[in-house]
Design a binder for this molecule. Structure first.
Ligand code: FEO
Length: 396
């Protein structure tokens, strides 16, 4: 349980959670676990920037103790109240009796509601600084990245940005730096993290990034609160966030996600996929009950569009499709091109319901739904193929 010095006088003292498989309830699967990153900055005074999930306090203390007596800590900086970063703050403040808790004014009520306490709280706003004795911490409020009270901490002398949830990935490993790990997994996890946490906040992400760029802050290291630390070309993740926020980054692929009762909708999905493929785009086929909702949203982030299908059951969608529609409504993949398809017996309510959710998610429905009664005929399969061709032409 060794700490890692990530810059002069800055130590990663967080915790590695190899076992967690679900985040935010069951809305997000963490196939590679996660880390809760906390950073110890040592000057004449000592600051701990962020803490870890409560059940990992011991692991964090063990790393801190390897460097200093934890009682020496003067400041507990809370960039974000969510419990994966604040859960061990009560343990920290019990140990560090003289430590001041530093946060934004918006965090005060949140912290009090999470942890009823009589802590000595010192609030900061954008531009405020704390002098650790030759080492300066400067703060930037970052509302909604990820909660209203969120802020970034910037360690001026070593040019280290500690932006909490922004630029993270759920990726547990013994390595600490982004350039030390499998790049495919790293970027897939960064993409999934953006799609499932930050997508609905894209406007604020873009604004905050542009604001930081305008400030001209030199940045040598970006040390997020989850996953790997960016030290080689750290701005690559900033650039990628801007592309995702603007919807500028797409690949030649279309997601087809569906569920079926008696295989009619599956036959349609495959015919549509062939139509899409014929136009040079790659169809990504996801039978919803065999897939994971957060993986589908991650695939969608860089896709040209999505086509969702369902058999009709009780004049509605199959219930397995509901989580995807819920994700459309809350994650709001704004402007993403979309269409619906499905099969039915006597009433075809499924496609109507799919369209309603796409509209609520501000997606761009580019075609009328394609529906088939009972089992598709050969002629209807040709029409489904053509549906795929037309969709591909509209999203290319
Ligand atoms: Fe990693 Fe919003 O907490």
């Amino acid at each position: 349980m060794k700490p890692v010095e990530i810059a002069k006088g800055v130590y990663w003292v967080g915790a590695i959670d190899y076992d967690v498989r679900h985040f935010h309830g069951y809305s997000y699967t963490t196939h590679h676990g996660t880390t809760y990153n906390a950073y110890l900055i040592i000057g004449e005074k000592v600051a701990l920037v962020d803490a870890v999930l409560g059940s990992f306090s011991e692991e964090m203390f063990s790393r801190i103790s390897d460097i200093i007596d934890p009682e020496r800590i003067d400041y507990m900086i809370s960039n974000h109240t969510e419990m994966d970063h604040s859960g061990s703050i009560p343990d920290v403040l019990k140990t560090m009796k003289n430590a001041k808790l530093v946060c934004t004014s918006k965090a005060v009520d949140e912290l009090k509601k999470h942890y009823p306490n009589g802590w000595d709280i010192h609030t900061v706003k954008t531009g405020d600084e704390i002098d650790l004795g030759g080492k300066t911490l400067r703060f930037y409020e970052a509302p909604m990245l990820h909660w209203p009270e969120s802020m970034f901490t910037y360690y001026v002398e070593e040019e280290v940005l500690i932006p909490n949830d922004a630029f993270g990935q759920h990726y547990a490993t013994e390595r600490r730096f982004a350039d030390e790990v499998d790049q495919y997994v790293l970027w897939k996890e960064a993409e999934k993290y953006y799609a499932n946490i930050l997508w609905p906040l894209s406007r604020m992400v873009q604004r905050k990034i542009e604001e930081v760029i305008e400030l001209g802050l030199p940045i040598k290291i970006i040390a997020p609160s989850h996953g790997l630390i960016w030290r080689k070309s750290p701005l690559q993740i900033v650039t990628r966030y801007l592309e995702w926020a603007k919807g500028d980054r797409t690949q030649d692929k279309v997601v087809i996600a569906w569920d079926t009762m008696w295989q009619s909708t599956t036959k349609l999905a495959r015919a549509i996929a062939e139509g899409i493929s014929s136009q040079g785009l790659t169809p990504i086929l996801r039978l919803i009950p065999h897939s994971d909702r957060s993986d589908i949203m991650a695939e969608l982030l860089e896709a040209r569009g999505i086509i969702v299908g369902s058999s009709t059951l009780h004049n509605d969608i199959l219930p397995t499709v509901a989580p995807i529609l819920s994700d459309f409504e809350v994650l709001k993949p704004k402007g993403k091109k979309a269409a619906a398809f499905g099969s039915f017996g006597w009433a075809g309510g499924a496609v109507k319901r799919i369209h309603e959710s796409m509209e609520r998610g501000k997606m761009e429905i580019v075609m009328d739904p394609f529906t088939v009664k009972w089992v598709p005929t050969d002629e209807e399969l040709v029409q489904a193929y053509q549906f795929g061709v037309e969709f591909a032409k509209k999203v290319k």
